[in-house]
Design a protein around this ligand. Structure first.
Ligand code: NAP
Ligand code: ZN
Ligand code: ZN
Length: 357
């Protein structure tokens, strides 16, 4: 059992260029209720890009990004129940919460005002949290997830953020009933997972994309039922008033009005993408037809574990391009250019995870 702070090797962004380079640091001493994890794979979420480039204005450099983590337990504190060395586990966007606020008490700790993010957060000891683009991680047991053994570990990593971010609002807003018509806006990491979960729930899924070149893959490979090009006014008009719900995953500023027009009366649209730019909402777009516009941030630990178990039962994993850590800057650049099908995942253990832990 580890008694001392553990040396860690990761890759960090140092400034708003977002360029990553090797970075040595240490993980906190494993406490009684902590799990020590050797990182195997870590997905690259668009949030990592927003944060590394300080697009949200809250970057605390150096930043080791990464919050779609799959690894193996290498040590546990004396108070840990439910995890042991050798277990395959996951860690998502957050590694702590206050445990006392209304959201925490009700089991929606993802909405806790004091949510401790996996990277670029401030831990109770004042240290900045560092994410999964690193060989080792120490996390409180309550924020560690069990990853079904039947899923490929690289393909499972994006479930920890992209997966739960689509799954949770479907479940929480009742957009998971068989036969419903669901729209998914933006076919990237989050979007392609939302399509897979939507289909697994038995819904009719329409992808609404700005990239006509993704049409064939969306329908033939991912199983979407329909595909709309967002700037094709004819296609959008023909689909007006047809959808029960929409999950909007777009990472850049865009028009809400044409999307809200796709909803049936009393339909719901949930924003999960976080563009830097404010978006324009004409009140009449939701007043007429009694529509609802909501937001959703990842998902609770409970939702995340339910999502992983559901993914295990249905064989749902992300479509990934596995890369070495040395490729991370190119991968980030390609992600920014919308050039990935549909998630980069870093083979951390195969790149920098050789240190014994
Ligand atoms: P991603 O893989 O880059 O996908 C974003 C998609 O948005 C792209 O595939 C593209 O889809 C569309 N898009 C990108 N740039 C665009 C532009 N300039 N104009 C129009 N469409 C554009 O990103 P991701 O990892 O899925 O993340 C998406 C967003 O969700 C990010 O803002 C991220 O920070 C946020 N996020 C939120 C949560 C949460 O808890 N709510 C969790 C994770 C991530 P098409 O080519 O199909 O149009
Ligand atoms: Zn994410
Ligand atoms: Zn709380």
């Amino acid at each position: 059992m580890a008694q001392e702070s553990k040396p860690a090797l990761g890759w960090a962004a140092r400034d708003a260029s977002g360029l990553l380079s090797p970075y040595s640091f240490s993980r906190r001493v494993q406490k009684e209720d902590d799990v020590t994890i050797r990182v195997l794979f870590c997905g690259i979420c668009h949030t990592d890009l927003h944060v590394a480039k300080n697009e949200w204005g809250n970057a605390m450099y150096p930043i080791v990004p990464g919050h779609e983590i799959v690894g193996v337990v290498t040590g546990v504190g004396r108070g840990v129940r439910g995890f042991k060395a050798g277990d395959r586990v996951g860690v998502g966007s957050f590694v702590g919460s206050c445990r006392a606020c209304e959201s925490c008490v009700k089991g929606y700790e993802n909405n806790c005002p004091a949510l401790l993010l996996t990277c670029n957060g401030v831990d109770c000891d004042g240290a900045t949290t560092q994410g999964g683009f690193a060989d080792v991680l120490v996390v409180n047991q309550d924020y560690v997830l069990r990853v079904p053994e039947g899923l490929p570990p690289a393909g499972a990593a994006p479930l920890l953020c992209a997966g739960v971010t689509g799954y949770s609002p479907m479940v929480q807003y009742g957009l998971n009933a068989p036969g419903m018509l669901l729209g998914v806006v933006g076919l990237g990491g989050l979007g392609h997972m939302a399509v897979k979960f939507g289909k697994a729930f038995g819904m009719t899924v329409t992808v609404i994309s700005s990239s006509p070149r993704k049409r064939a893959e969306a329908v033939e490979r991912l199983g979407a039922d329909n595909f709309l090009v967002r700037h094709d006014a004819e296609e959008m008009k023909a689909a007006a008033g047809t959808m029960d719900g929409i999950i909007d995953t777009v990472s850049a500023g865009h028009q809400l009005l044409p999307l809200l027009e796709l909803l049936k009366p009393m339909g719901q649209m949930v924003l999960v993408g976080v563009p830097t730019e404010p978006m324009v909402l004409p009140a009449s777009a939701i007043v007429t037809g009694g529509k609802r516009l909501a937001g959703s941030g990842v998902g609770s630990v409970r939702d995340c574990q339910a999502m992983l178990d559901f993914a295990g039962e249905h064989g749902i994993a992300a479509d990934v391009e596995v890369v070495k850590m040395e490729y991370v800057n190119t991968a980030m650049e390609r992600l920014e250019r919308n050039d990935v099908r549909y998630r980069f995942v870093i083979d951390v253990a195969g790149s920098i995870g050789c240190a014994a832990v």
